[in-house]
Write a protein that binds this ligand. Structure first.
Ligand code: NAD
Ligand code: UDP
Length: 330
């Protein structure tokens, strides 16, 4: 039977790559994309001409339609700390109220997939982090609108699964980078690339020894399409998805400095409650998605992203002034 599919946040960085995978499907009747262009860009979808695709500009938490869907993929939420920290109530609404609204649009037997985050582990005390780790999150801290709304949306979906039998898929994504991140997004890799190509000063928050595990978008979206719709996976989640090569922020910046002549590091004050480390335990992921690996090396991923940023920033003159989560000296 041909499926009716809805994606929230489809004009965003990951969402637009998901849309590219969805339009390859021949079992899909319609694809409705709901996005309010808060952090997403219409141009991320400009190349999509498939007549089954309908782009609706709306807030996911108030979007209304008489249609019902067989599959819903809920991605609507900023992921960049300076963006979500500026509008915490809006971030909570996008995730949690958005999910509450979307589950009402499911056809009987329909499935909702949700992009949760490694932020549910907070500043982790164990490494790598398996899905069973309950995390170390401050529910009153500066990252809480994001961390806690992801945690609460996971709770909502698991409870609906338990009490109403709703089919769910929950992934916990670790840091993703790549083409179509907006040049003023403010996250590490994209910020460093934008800065290298403009001011030349790469802002390191704190000593730069805090680490993350950086997954290239094509690898991550390959795991998502298998988990959300391609493989007949009988596992609701939560499922860690990411690249388990952990690299300190300062090494990421130094690598980019080595690729762009004139680029240099600028040490800035630390961000309050910036997690010190993050690395996925992928044991479960490898069982659930046999054969899947994050194959694109960090060096290759950065090379591809740099090429894309050169075109966006240098040739097309995209806005690069990301909001900052710390006070920078002028
Ligand atoms: P993004 O900011 O590029 O995309 C988010 C999209 O959601 C944007 O198009 C934005 O306009 C839209 N949006 C936000 N609030 C909305 C609302 N209320 N109504 C409708 N649309 C709304 O972010 P991304 O990096 O593509 O992240 C996509 C999803 O993956 C998010 O849920 C994020 O939390 C999750 N995630 C991302 C990462 C990562 O490293 N990129 C890591 C963990 C989890
Ligand atoms: N970071 C940095 N300079 C920047 C942007 C980010 O030093 O210009 C650091 C940030 O403090 C954090 C890491 O890079 O320790 C990853 O930040 P990002 O915003 O990409 O993701 P998150 O903090 O959500 O993991």
């Amino acid at each position: 039977m041909a499926k009716k599919v809805l994606v929230s946040g489809g004009a965003g960085f990951i969402g637009s790559h998901i849309v590219d995978r969805l339009v390859r499907r021949n079992d899909m009747e319609t694809l409705v994309i709901v996005d309010n262009f808060w952090t997403g860009l219409r141009e991320n979808l400009a190349h999509v001409t498939d007549p089954r695709v309908h782009l609706v500009q709306a807030d996911v938490e108030t979007f209304a339609t008489a249609e019902k869907f067989d599959e819903i993929i809920h991605l609507a939420s900023p992921a960049s700390p300076p963006w979500y920290m500026r509008e915490p109530a809006r971030t909570i609404k996008a995730n949690l109220v958005g999910a509450l609204n979307l589950v009402e649009m499911l056809n009987p037997g329909g499935r909702i997939s949700f992009a949760s985050t490694s932020e549910v582990y907070g500043d982790p005390l164990i490494s790598p982090q398996p899905e069973s780790y309950r995390g170390q999150v401050d529910c009153t801290g500066p990252r809480s609108s994001y961390d806690e709304s992801k945690r609460c949306t996971e709770s909502l979906l698991f409870e609906l699964h338990r009490t109403a039998g709703i089919d769910i898929r929950i992934v916990r994504l670790f840091n993703v980078y790549g083409t179509r991140t907006r040049p003023d997004d403010g996250r590490a890799v994209s910020n460093f690339l934008s800065q290298a190509l403009t001011t030349g000063e790469l802002t390191i928050y704190g000593d730069g020894l805090q680490s993350r595990s950086w997954g290239y978008v094509d690898d991550i979206v390959s795991a998502l399409e298998r988990y959300f719709w391609l493989d007949n996976v009988d596992y609701c989640g939560p499922l860690n998805v990411g690249n388990d090569r952990e690299i300190p922020v300062i090494d990421v910046a130094r690598h980019i400095v080595s690729l762009v002549p004139g680029a240099r590091l600028k040490l800035c004050p630390p961000i309050p409650q910036d997690p010190t480390n993050r690395r996925p335990d992928l044991t479960l992921c490898r069982k659930v998605l046999p054969g899947w690996e994050a194959n694109i090396t960090y060096e290759e991923g950065v090379r591809r992203t740099l090429e894309w940023f050169r075109e966006a920033v240098v040739l097309k003159g995209a806005q690069t002034d990301a909001p900052s989560p710390v006070r920078l000296e002028s």
